[in-house]
Design a protein around this ligand. Structure first.
Ligand code: NAI
Length: 244
């Protein structure tokens, strides 16, 4: 028996990294999965899953596109149980006085507005359905400051409190809202630009290594499933002890 049998889930940022690992794991655990991403990569993840997945191209910073993404889940699979708002961007990096307004606007739009729109449009469907689980991806950079990442940290700190506030709004309606806060994870740019395999790179956390996408997917699965049925408003670090 799968831990998400009979559930319908949306995963944003499903084309790579943590989102892709999560979409594949959710499907393996019995969910029907809407794979959402910005750049076409969502099609590959959906194809890898097969009949129990559909791709949706979406810019999570655009409310109408997020509304359409939720509509696709309901049209294709009849309801929505789980939303994993994982899509996010992090760079470019530098001290505050070098961060330009356009960069800051995009960091906030994708990371905060993307999560906000997810909650806004998923909740009505979840209310119709008698409940649901929303998981947002924040970061350990949303829990403590990170040098040269002020815009990203501000956005991810915003995701933490957006998560906690929304959890209070819907606690009595059966909709749980939690966040995962990854530490440095072996995805995207880190993996593409690395000159050594991950086990040979010293990472500044107590476990002194990168997280693997599968370790974040496992945390998201726990929050998506009924195993976390009494958890809401939690910002869960998955970071090798960095914020301990
Ligand atoms: P990734 O770059 O491998 O995957 C992110 C995915 O999101 C990409 O497929 C990208 O196309 C998609 N995306 C970006 N902007 C989007 C938009 N506007 N609309 C829809 N999709 C969009 O990154 P990774 O590492 O898997 O990151 C996933 C989440 O984890 C992000 O929210 C990131 O901020 C967070 N995170 C990652 C950490 C890391 O070390 N990799 C550390 C802490 C947090």
């Amino acid at each position: 028996m799968g831990r998400l049998d009979g559930k319908v889930a949306i995963v944003t940022g499903a084309g790579s990294g943590i989102g892709k690992a999560s979409a594949l794991l959710f499907a393996q655990e019995g969910a029907k999965v809407v794979c959402a991403d910005l750049n076409g990569s969502e099609k590959e993840t959906a194809a890898e899953i097969g009949a129990n997945a559909v791709p949706v191209q979406v810019d999570v910073a655009v409310g109408a596109e997020v509304e359409n993404m939720v509509g696709t889940a309901v049209r294709e699979f009849g309801k929505l149980d789980v939303l994993f708002s994982n899509a996010g961007i992090s760079g470019p990096f530098g001290p505050v006085h070098e961060l330009d307004e356009e960069t800051l606007d995009r960091l906030l739009a994708v990371n905060i507005k993307g999560v906000f729109f997810g909650i806004k449009y998923a909740v009505p469907e979840m209310l119709r359905n008698g409940g649901g689980s929303i998981i947002n991806t924040a970061s350990n950079a949303g829990m403590v400051g990170w040098k040269d990442k002020a815009g990203y940290s501000a956005a991810k700190g915003g995701v933490v409190l957006l998560t906690k506030s929304a959890a209070l709004d819907y606690a009595k309606s059966g909709i749980r809202v939690n966040a995962v806060c990854p530490g440095m994870t072996w995805t995207g740019m880190a993996a593409a630009q690395a000159s050594a395999p991950p086990e040979n790179i010293k990472v500044p956390n107590p476990m002194a290594r990168f997280a693997m996408p599968s370790e974040l997917a496992a945390a998201a699965l726990f929050l998506a499933s009924d195993e976390s049925s009494f958890m809401t408003g939690v910002a869960m670090p998955v970071d090798g002890g960095y914020v301990a």
